[in-house]
Design a protein around this ligand. Structure first.
Ligand code: HEC
Length: 253
């Protein structure tokens, strides 16, 4: 009984850990693993912008290429870094100890990040960096206070400034103006434009998070495909079984 009570109490802990960021309103996205074009764009953004610091060591390039319908030669030509091979895991050269010295905290492996934090959190996080001169990299983050990561996508998004108090920042909710379609009432505004418009940047981050959700559970794609086939089979088999039943019972009735 005692063990049972301890196990029950322990099982509550993940919930408590999640509650830490509960105050901030997260922007919601629907992950779509069927959207191959989105996953391919996401992989490209990931490899070009994140793999410098973060690994995704439980994922292999080849598996991603096959799952996302990309020819191996194209991946080899455009996405592999240095002397990497298509069969390699998505690892990085940076040493954990060095990274810890440079950034305060080492950049964690991102293979399972989407399962750990959830897609909504990552989607909001990557769009919520704002200028803060008091921080080592000149930026802070709404959902990850005093973050050790620089805003690596600033060249796309532009520079964001915050005009709310920390308290307001926690609870600010963005609304869309029904007349103009513009966001209003948020705390962050773009002060210097980047290469993409806000809508384009949201799309880039959506694709990136979609890809991160895929690497967190690659077999989900297989389950979807197999599931569809099984349903089609059951549908056809229903008619066969029904015809058979009629045949058997014909003589009885
Ligand atoms: C220059 C190195 C660097 C690059 C490039 C980089 N990051 Fe980071 N990232 C970090 C560091 C360092 C941390 C740890 C921050 C901390 O704990 O304070 C981090 C933390 C994170 C976290 C939060 C991890 C957690 O749950 O605690 C996520 C998510 C993340 N990065 C995603 C990305 C994505 C996606 C990209 C590519 C667009 C990227 N990072 C590019 C250095 C980097």
């Amino acid at each position: 009984m005692k063990k049972f009570v301890i196990a029950f109490v322990m099982s509550l802990f993940p919930v408590v850990a999640m509650a830490a960021t509960e105050g901030v309103k997260l922007d919601h996205i629907e992950i779509d693993l069927e959207n191959q074009a989105s996953l391919q764009r996401g992989m490209q953004t990931f490899v070009n912008n994140c793999l410098g610091c973060h690994s995704a060591q439980y994922q292999r390039y080849e598996r991603a290429a096959n799952d996302l319908g990309m020819p191996n030669e194209l991946v080899e030509e455009h996405l592999l870094l240095g002397d990497q091979k298509i069969g390699d895991q998505m690892t990085i050269a940076m040493q954990k100890a060095d990274a810890g010295k440079w950034f305060g905290n080492p950049p964690p492996d991102l293979t399972l990040e989407a399962r750990l934090r959830g897609p909504d959190w990552i989607y909001t996080y990557l769009r919520s960096f704002y200028k803060d001169e008091s921080r080592p990299w000149g930026v802070n983050n709404v959902v990850f206070a005093d973050v050790g990561m620089p805003n690596v996508l600033e060249y796309l998004q532009g520079e964001q400034v915050n005009h709310c108090t920390p308290e307001e920042l926690m609870h600010a909710e963005k609304k869309i103006d029904p007349l103009t379609g513009q966001e209003m009432g948020g705390c962050l505004t773009i002060s210097k434009a980047g290469l993409q418009t806000p809508a384009e940047f949201d799309r880039t981050i959506y694709d990136l998070v979609n890809f991160m959700a895929y690497i967190g559970e690659p077999s989900k794609l297989d389950s979807h495909r197999i599931g569809t086939k099984v349903l089609i089979f059951l549908f056809i088999f229903f008619f066969i079984a029904y015809a058979l039943k009629k045949e058997y019972w014909r003589d009885v009735h």
